[in-house]
Design a protein around this ligand. Structure first.
Ligand code: 5GP
Ligand code: MG
Length: 181
């Protein structure tokens, strides 16, 4: 056996805790939007939000449409200026939009995504992140819904990657330090 398991140093949030919290977040989101015939537009930010969005969306009781957005900011473990690779464009015009992202770190990605959705005329823009690293958001951007506050470590799993690996690890975990070198 030479799978991913050997690369994991420790599990920060196991799959059961994640599932429980995602369930609760769906309730928080449903309470804020309430029932509405217009429904909302979910914008998952790929690729990191893939698992989170898939689990969260299935727990939301209201009418939803989904438009993927792709942003890219990380190479290895170093953040750079986020680029939007594609998104819904004018399809969000006049609509209530909920951004779903994996993690709020500096806030640059979220800031860029929010600006794009507003520019395309969204009626409202809220955001939901599974993880937040407190104290690092230099942009003043905050999320409306937050799953977990975590310490300032680079995490992988449940959609989060290191060089596009480990996204399919079901828990959120920290890799052995020598792998980041
Ligand atoms: P920000 O733009 O807020 O600095 O960073 C947000 C993006 O950076 C996230 O959507 C995620 O793609 C990536 N990122 C930030 N911290 C981590 C981390 O600990 N692990 C992984 N895999 N990606 C991270
Ligand atoms: Mg991301």
């Amino acid at each position: 056996m030479n799978g991913m398991e050997a690369d994991i140093e420790r599990v920060l949030l196991n799959r059961e805790r994640i599932a429980q919290r995602v369930d609760a977040m769906a309730g928080e989101i449903a309470a804020v939007y309430g029932p509405s015939r217009d429904g909302i537009v979910i914008v998952p930010v790929l690729t990191g939000a893939l698992m989170f969005a898939a689990d969260l969306i299935r727990r939301l009781p209201m009418r939803t449409q989904i438009h993927m957005m792709a942003a890219s900011s990380y190479e290895g473990t170093t953040g750079t200026e986020p680029r939007l690779l594609y998104g819904p464009g004018d399809l969000v015009g006049g609509r209530h939009v909920l951004i779903v992202d994996d993690i709020l770190d500096s806030g640059r990605t979220l800031q860029r995504v929010i600006a794009d959705l507003r520019q395309h005329g969204a009626a409202s823009v809220r955001s939901c992140v599974l993880l937040r690293k407190p104290g690092k958001a230099v942009t003043g951007v905050s999320a409306d819904f937050v799953g977990f506050d975590i310490e300032d470590v680079f995490v992988v799993g449940y959609g989060l990657d290191f060089n596009n690996w480990y996204r399919n690890w079901p828990d959120i975990a920290v890799l052995r330090p020598e792998l980041y070198a």
